[in-house]
Design a protein around this ligand. Structure first.
Ligand SMILES: Nc1ncnc2c1ncn2[C@@H]1O[C@H](COP(=O)(O)OP(=O)(O)OP(=O)(O)O)[C@@H](O)[C@H]1O
Ligand SMILES: [Mg+2]
Length: 253
């Protein structure tokens, strides 16, 4: 069953179309890598999915819930608040720059949404935070502040925070691009572990070797259009589309 679906998604900024009718779906337990040149629309796609941008047309559905309820005068009309809230709670997002709350401890970064949004008792929220930090190899950092952690550690806290609400699907936007190679390896290891647990993941990445190794499917987004969608073998190892070939050959230089 598709746990996530994007249908003919369109988004413009000041009259310039950045997403030009994108469609794809993600099955439960699937790991999808999204690659493509800078400015192709990858972050915009994730921002639309996370409701940080309003979409102009098409639809996004998460776990069977449609973000857009209707089209009126050619404009997308969003679903009711409760549906949008449920969609938000079904999605986890990890950004390039971690976006942790700097004035909260690592533990509170993870428990905040559990206590405030899910109304979970503090003890239970702390227990879940502890469990997630242990999984991320950060059990001893619960009382530290983000500024006391390395970039790789901060990113692992961000992943723990995204997982705390037990989302149906986790999205990553270039989770390693702010990190040096050693810290990148740390994060890729964590993502591999999540993939091995059969979690549903969508990972925007410039790490093509990693995408080829970990993803079930690779999507390439170029100038707001999906120009390839297939297995790593099809898209990365044996590309047929000339634009994909060109993109991959430039990365080798
Ligand atoms: N808020 C905005 N206002 C105007 N234009 C925007 C805005 N956000 C993004 N764009 C434009 O949309 C296009 C796609 O940008 P986007 O950030 O989605 O690309 P990307 O694929 O994530 O690139 P990168 O690999 O560099 O992160 C770019 O041309 C960008 O300039
Ligand atoms: Mg981006």
């Amino acid at each position: 069953m598709a746990v996530f679906e994007v249908k003919d998604l369109r988004k413009s900024f000041a009259g310039k179309e950045v997403l030009k009718g994108i469609s794809f779906s993600v099955e439960e337990g699937e790991v999808v890598a999204v690659i493509g040149p800078s400015g192709g629309g990858k972050t915009t796609l994730l921002r639309c999915i996370n409701q940080l941008e309003r979409i102009d047309g098409g639809n996004i559905s998460v776990n069977g819930m449609d973000m857009i309820a209707a089209v009126e005068d050619g404009k997308a009309v969003y679903a009711d608040k409760e549906t949008l809230r449920k969609i938000t709670l079904s999605i986890g997002l990890v950004f390039q720059n971690y976006n942790l709350f700097p004035h909260f401890t690592v533990r509170r970064n993870i428990t905040e949404a559990l206590v405030r949004v899910l109304k979970m008792p503090k003890d239970a929220a702390n227990a879940r935070a502890h469990e997630l930090l242990k999984k991320m190899g950060l059990a001893d950092k619960a009382e530290a502040y983000p500024c006391e952690l390395s970039g790789g550690q901060q990113q692992r806290v961000a992943i723990a925070r995204a997982m705390a609400l037990e989302p149906k699907i986790l999205f990553f936007d270039e989770p390693t691009s702010a990190l040096d190679p050693q810290l990148t390896a740390e994060i890729l290891k964590v993502i591999r572990q999540l993939a091995a647990e059969k979690r549903t993941l969508v990972i925007v990445t410039h790490e093509i070797g990693f995408a080829a190794a970990v993803a079930d499917r690779v999507i390439m987004l170029d100038e707001g259009v999906i120009i390839a969608n297939g297995t790593p073998d099809e898209v990365i190892h044996n590309p047929t589309n000339p634009r994909v070939k060109e993109f991959l050959s430039k990365l080798d230089e």
